[in-house]
Design a protein around this ligand. Sequence first.
Ligand SMILES: C[S@@+](CC[C@H](N)C(=O)[O-])C[C@H]1O[C@@H](n2cnc3c(N)ncnc32)[C@H](O)[C@@H]1O
Length: 373
Amino acid sequence: MNKESAVLERYSEGANERQESLCCPVNYQVDLLKILPEEIIEKDYGCGDPSRYVREGDVVLDLGSGSGKICYMAAQLVGDNGMIIGVDMNNDMLALARKYQAEMAEKVGNDRVQFLKGKIQDLALDVDLMESWLKSNPVTSADELAALENWKLKQSQQSPLIADNSVDLVISNCVLNLVSDQEKQQLVTEIFRVTKPGGRIAISDIISDEIIPEYLKNDKQLWSGCISGAFQELEMLQMFQEAGFIAVSYDKWSETPWQVVEGIEFRSATLTAIKREQIECVDKGHTVIYSGPFSLVVDDEGHQFPRGERMAVCERTFNVLINEPYKDDFIAIEPSTEREPVPGDVPAGTRRPASETKHANYTNSDKSPGSCC
Ligand SMILES: C[S@@+](CC[C@H](N)C(=O)[O-])C[C@H]1O[C@@H](n2cnc3c(N)ncnc32)[C@H](O)[C@@H]1O
């Protein structure tokens, strides 16, 4: 049995009967649990609470939605204009989540949650559609296999299950670790593809403090139990940053490990990041000052901000830094005068002289306008 089959089997069991060994204690926002069916709460196999990042009006994608708990919590936060999509590859989990869809639609006001069958490492492939195609096109020869591959390619390109740049917030609760190591890179690339420019991600998962040896990865119980497929803590940050996300951070980090196996600590953490707006950088005279407490910080695009220095940034970078999660760390100075815009990013480390950032034309005889200090 390969790892994916072990995962399918384990979560089919989990959909049919609560599996104590898969339950990691989580402090959910209790108000959001009140209207959830008991069975959904009971069959909770999450390890964090990414619903805390949901905003009104969001299109939310939940990767590995399981019983639908996080989707139904998020549904209470997005309001009438928001929408939640849960993706899972397991029929039993999908059936469990869909069982309560009508009841939950009535409780939240409309049917704003849908559950789709798919693999989170290939969010373009519509597995339900492929299965119905396979009913009339069974694969029994190499030619038929090639026809299936062609069909998959066409479907993924022409009507992807989740379209490019379509999701405001991608969330996941304890699922990425279940994807094989060979497919983890593709998984992160897919998350980047579907996130809207300016969109966010909040991934709660199990991470390890050390590299996990191969023999632990090959242990099907440890793998399907959300342990040995975990990202190593630094590797996870790097993969998301290399995929193109910015502001990549661990927003939550459980001090106490959930499990320790052969001295390796496995703990729950929540990674957050944003996908930069896809607009060109233009230097229009924007300036920021990093207020501290560190002597120097460098962002995910390589811009350097020594504490207290007036640093030149392009308009796009400025707009990133004046918003979450950076805004409390930077003092923002709008361009003082109209100037010729310079296309391209401002080279890292470029200072903006104070003489270029004043918002008035002072003369030597001018006094300070304020009475204090
Ligand atoms: C640990 S459970 C977490 C379920 C849910 N997120 C929660 O908070 O209770 C993992 C879920 O991810 C699904 N899953 C695992 N690997 C997957 C994959 N590659 N693609 C889609 N779903 C997957 C499983 O079927 C299962 O429902």
